[in-house]
Write a protein that binds this ligand. Structure first.
Ligand code: SF4
Ligand code: SF4
Length: 417
């Protein structure tokens, strides 16, 4: 377990705006939020950057953070990598090719897409499953929020995680090398920026977990890019350059990534979205109460990355637009055997992750056991309503907070009555 590590989060806490309504405390899946002295507090060890609290808070006390376009000014050769969710953000009137051209007009030299790599990524997964027949089910590591959830709440399942960079990071590693080798661009001049739909991907860029360090130079939100793209749409609309659309890669993404592609009768797959569903399935895996799946794809957001908090469009509309692009568009095939070689070399491998120790009871086992006993004793005296009125999400977490010296029994207003 990792201890005493400082965690970065792409989440800003504006305490002065907090009205102590408790909505964020109730929706947080890892019990990372508290209300103390009438204001919200974040436990940075427990937070997994799922973004649910941002959606729940109507007062602006919890807001997302991401890099702005300013960051691209630091590098001479700029590459954008678009999340597949980007394809669903613009209306049919604008059209995807124009939306993509707009990114060039924002000053990027190259515009890549997650969907370029999806087919080759599926191949990597099939190979990985063959190489590790003893690990079942293998759990996708695409969604950084789910990876962190496993670190915080399900550390026994860490060995089941796919030890591969995410598709966008695989693309970044490969492309950086390609630019250096084929275009002779000095590594220091290259800026690779992910255009992302969620705060967990911002955090993954700024504090990679087990990943190769410094793959990308920033993570800019789809919201930020969308705003700037609208300003250059007239130029983009009259730009006659050819734009590639990777309909096969997009279709894999909307069918929950590699799950459907790999389910070929021999490999059994499952795709799960929405943090509550993810937790339910992880519990089943932990308790060995699940059918024998080979590979499970998880997304913290309902419907996948189109549901991320940094998107503009409603997730159902965005998904429907992507399906429309797939049905109308002509697929551009993207394949480079160099990617397969790099995979075989282990260039995309992620080091095994450690769990996160969310409660530091004591390094002394005797003291730790006494504290555990005290938590259970206090919990037994509490009403068991889990009403959150004390500022902790449940009665058990209040008992833990009391033993850790962060709350008192008087915080329970039901007991005080
Ligand atoms: S981002 Fe998610 S895990 Fe972090 S505090 Fe908000 S709801 Fe909790
Ligand atoms: S499902 Fe996608 S958008 Fe949502 S948290 Fe995970 S990676 Fe981010």
């Amino acid at each position: 377990m990792e201890n005493d590590k400082k965690y970065f989060h792409a989440l800003q806490v504006k305490t002065q705006k907090c009205v102590a309504c408790m909505k964020c405390v109730r929706v947080c899946p890892t019990k990372a939020l508290r209300i103390r002295e009438g204001k919200v507090q974040l436990d940075d060890t427990r937070c997994i950057d799922c973004g649910r609290c941002i959606t729940a808070c109507k007062y602006g006390a919890l807001i997302p953070w991401s890099d702005t376009m300013e960051i691209t000014k630091n590098k001479k050769y700029k590459v954008a990598i678009l999340s597949t969710a980007f394809a669903g953000q613009f209306s049919d009137k604008v059209g995807y090719p124009t939306a993509k051209k707009a990114i060039y007009h924002l000053g990027f030299d190259e515009v890549l897409e997650e969907s370029m790599i999806t087919e080759q990524y599926s191949w990597m997964i099939r190979k990985y499953l063959k190489e590790y027949p003893q690990t079942r089910p293998v759990l996708s590591s695409n969604c950084p929020a789910v990876v962190r959830l496993i670190q915080v709440r399900f550390p026994s399942l860490l060995p089941n995680l796919l030890h591969l960079e995410s598709p966008m990071s695989v693309l970044a590693v490969y492309y950086r090398q390609k630019l250096v080798n084929e275009k002779n661009i000095p590594d220091d001049d290259i800026g690779i920026y992910q255009i992302v739909p969620c705060i967990s991907q911002v955090t993954a860029v700024h504090q990679p977990e087990g990943n190769i360090a410094d793959i990308e130079n920033g993570a800019i939100s789809i919201q930020e890019v969308f705003g700037h793209a609208l300003e250059v749409l007239p130029e983009a609309a009259s730009d006659e350059r050819e734009i590639d659309v990777y309909t096969k890669g997009l279709s894999l993404s909307v069918s929950r990534m590699e799950a459907s592609e790999n389910d070929d009768g021999n490999i059994r797959t499952l795709a799960v979205s929405g943090i509550s569903n993810v937790i339910e399935i992880l519990l089943k895996i932990e308790n060995q109460q699940i059918d024998p799946y080979d590979f499970i794809v998880f997304h913290s957001c309902i419907g996948g990355c189109v549901g991320g908090v940094l998107n503009i469009e409603n997730p159902f509309i965005a998904a429907s637009r992507i399906r429309h692009i797939i049905s109308k568009g002509k697929d551009t095939k993207f394949e480079d055997k160099r990617i397969s070689e790099m995979f075989d070399n282990g260039d995309f491998d992620v080091t095994p992750l450690a769990g996160r120790s969310i409660m530091k009871l004591s390094s002394d086992i005797k003291t730790a056991l006494e504290k555990m006993k005290r938590i259970h004793q206090i919990n037994a005296t509490l009403p068991g309503l889990d009403c959150s009125a004390c500022g902790s999400p449940t009665c058990l977490t209040l008992a833990e907070d009391i033993v850790e010296g962060k709350a008192t029994l008087e915080d329970c207003i039901v007991l005080l009555r």
